[in-house]
Design a protein around this ligand. Sequence first.
Ligand code: GDP
Ligand code: ADP
Length: 427
Amino acid sequence: MSLFATTTADYYHLSFLKYYYCSLSGLKSVGEPVLMGEAPAFFADDLQARFSNGFHLKLKDFETATVVGNKTYVIGGIDEPTSTGVRIFDESTGEWVIPTVLGTKPKAFKSHSTVLLNKDRILIIKSNSKSNDSAWFLEVDTQFVRDQKKKFGSEVVAWSKGVIGDSERPIVISGPSGVGKGTLINMLMKEFPSMFGFSVSHTTRAPREKEENGVHYHFTNRSVMEEEIKAGKFLEFAAVHGNLYGTSIEAVEIVADAGKRCILDIDVQGARSVRASSLEAIFIFICPPSFEELEKRLRARGTETEEQIQKRLRNAKSELEQGNSPGLFDHVLVNNDLEACYERLKKILGLNGSMDATPKTPTGVFALPMDLSLSKIDEKILINSGNADQKIVLDLSSIKGGAPGRTRGLYMYTADLHTDDVTNGNF
Ligand SMILES: Nc1nc2c(ncn2[C@@H]2O[C@H](COP(=O)(O)OP(=O)(O)O)[C@@H](O)[C@H]2O)c(=O)[nH]1
Ligand SMILES: Nc1ncnc2c1ncn2[C@@H]1O[C@H](COP(=O)(O)OP(=O)(O)O)[C@@H](O)[C@H]1O
């Protein structure tokens, strides 16, 4: 368990920060001695120990410094669009490093506090913010960041927005062209408009007559899409029927942010990639009753040229084989009679006509104070303000996800706590 919090400062040296903020919180951590720094001489000694070259860290307004091993992460400047907002002092080399910054960066914020979690991510709580937009994570050594460091061959950090509450598992629907995926998805969205949201993919294929950009697909060109893939914006992508298709991280997050359950219509390769990702989805494969019927539907749809139909039918053979490969799909549905297939789909998703179709949205949004400090006690963060007894508790015990997407499963509530409650962990 660590108890280490920093907040916005003008000028501090690192060791000072380390001890000062623990004393700011005025709280005792449970089961561990409290780090309280009172004597200035102590800070000077500690500074010598940490920086034999006498290095002093000068922070600008609204910057914080958080020490992770040999590195000190200075966070600030988030209001400047050109700034990365993050710089790192590497004590082992005595040099500053400007890292590659991935993930979705927070919009302008100034005053904030930070606390290090599990030595792999820094929690940032924005002052004077709404509880549903107050928590952000800067990942510094998570699996995702370690992978990206290898890829870029340089220092990498990644932002991830903290989301209060959880959303239901996304649904991946795959199957050969013409099997009826789009038809079934449209039926679900029509019957439960507030419950489901469609992940709008990117594609390099040309739009069909009735397709709208941004609604059915984000129509793009190959070079732009390839650049965006390189920049890490996609959860998955694949070449299908000679075009590039992909699900951007943003496409899935937009749906979840709206409190809706996300539906992805992607091919088998994409399903495989999502299986390997951190997105815990339900995987459903739709089969035709026969190959002849598939061909009939594809032709009857009248959206493809003969050449494209032939290509889609050739690909359907291997897709059908892969769809039945063990461990990939949780459910296989044969779309023979449309209504019957739709009923079975609803059953898999736990829907029966009488259920409450209201979306899951976080409740109880409240304001966080201007002046705050943080203390970490096990899996909970106490957000302390001027009011000694009234605390805000951020429970991180069931967080999931993270960069390059959102970090979900945060719970935040206010509590009237006395020092004894905190000492005994009663909150
Ligand atoms: N991997 C992946 N496949 C996608 C994505 N979007 C669509 N697809 C798949 O690409 C294939 C072709 O889609 P489309 O051109 O709309 O034709 P349709 O399947 O005949 O309606 C289908 O198998 C889709 O499921 C995506 O974002 N990623
Ligand atoms: N069970 C079904 N029986 C007959 N026709 C169907 C059935 N399901 C879908 N269709 C039709 O088949 C065509 C292809 O369906 P579509 O939803 O576009 O497939 P996909 O999205 O899998 O490519 C459409 O014209 C649709 O109306």
